[in-house]
Write a protein that binds this ligand. Structure first.
Ligand SMILES: NC(=O)c1ccc[n+]([C@@H]2O[C@H](COP(=O)([O-])OP(=O)(O)OC[C@H]3O[C@@H](n4cnc5c(N)ncnc54)[C@H](OP(=O)(O)O)[C@@H]3O)[C@@H](O)[C@H]2O)c1
Length: 255
């Protein structure tokens, strides 16, 4: 479980510990990770091992992938750690953008690739990759976030076709706005979207795990309201794109 100390990842860790699973929990903040592991072990009587790693760095991604390859008890991988940024391609810090690409793209691929051989050999396993509703929404100011979340979703959808009949289930969890530390870290707070648009991390994780237990669809979009939003994004984007182009053309003609 990556990104296990806060938000969605922390709820996944709580649910899996409550179900009696031993855990390998990953994050960068050592003290916080130790505290989360100790609390989960005490509350649920499971083993919770801290694995301190910055998964935006190649060396740490490899270290964790090596560990997963040799973990014969690995039943479930939750690749969840992620972050957002502000600013356009011209203004955002280039190194932070590279870190996002390594964390959302390279790390996802390396961890899933490391987990699959053992899972397919044992003919059982669950992989959950936390993507986002943003994977359907190409908007300004989020270029690499949208693109890397789309990568994660399509990666799972394609991998699921390869895993058919293998006993291994893969899910792209695509939440909308969720109350976590994500927007605080981003510096945007929780004031932008209306209150109805926000989900709790508990709800997101419970819907994901229920769908995983049922071996349901690959893509999981928690809540009816975000299922509707995704439907609109999927089917209206090209209409909006066309209207925007026409509007721009008309404006150019007027000028
Ligand atoms: N919140 C939302 O509205 C929302 C919506 C859609 C999708 N998501 C996705 O959900 C996932 C989890 O986000 P969240 O909202 O739960 O965020 P969060 O509350 O900020 O938690 C992020 C977790 O990831 C860890 N982390 C961050 N960068 C890391 C790195 N480089 N290496 C290792 N661990 C790292 C953090 O711990 P350390 O800082 O100690 O490393 C923390 O445990 C992300 O992939 C995000 O894109 C969130």
């Amino acid at each position: 479980m990556t990104g296990a100390t806060a938000g969605i990842g922390h709820v996944f860790a709580q649910r899996l510990a409550a179900a009696g699973h031993d855990l390998l929990l990953v994050a960068r903040d050592h003290a916080r990770l130790e505290a989360v592991c100790a609390a989960l072990a005490a509350a649920h009587g499971v083993a919770a091992e801290p694995f301190v790693a910055d998964l935006s760095q190649d060396r740490d991604i490899s270290r964790l992938a090596d560990r997963l390859r040799t973990e014969s008890r690995l039943a479930c991988l939750v690749s969840n750690a992620g972050f957002g940024t502000r600013g356009t391609l011209l203004t955002a810090d280039p190194e932070t953008q590279r870190q996002m690409l390594r964390l959302h793209v390279m790390c996802t691929h390396e961890l899933v690739s490391a987990a699959l051989p053992g899972m397919t050999e044992r003919r059982t396993g669950t992989v959950i990759v936390v993507a986002s509703v943003a994977s359907w929404s190409p908007t300004a100011g989020n270029v690499n976030y949208n693109a890397t979340k789309a990568y994660q979703r399509v990666y799972c959808e394609a991998a699921a076709t390869e895993l058919e009949g293998s006993g291994v289930y893969i899910q792209a969890l695509c939440p909308g706005f969720t109350y976590t530390e994500f927007h605080d870290r981003l510096g945007s707070g929780r004031t932008g979207p209306p209150r109805w648009a926000w989900l709790s991390a508990d709800r997101v994780v419970d819907e994901s795990l229920a769908q995983a237990r049922a071996r349901g669809a690959v893509v999981c979009v928690p809540s009816k309201r975000f299922k509707c939003i995704v439907f609109l994004l999927k089917h209206a984007m090209w209409v909006l794109g066309g209207l925007r182009q026409r509007y721009r053309r008309d404006r150019l003609r007027v000028q």
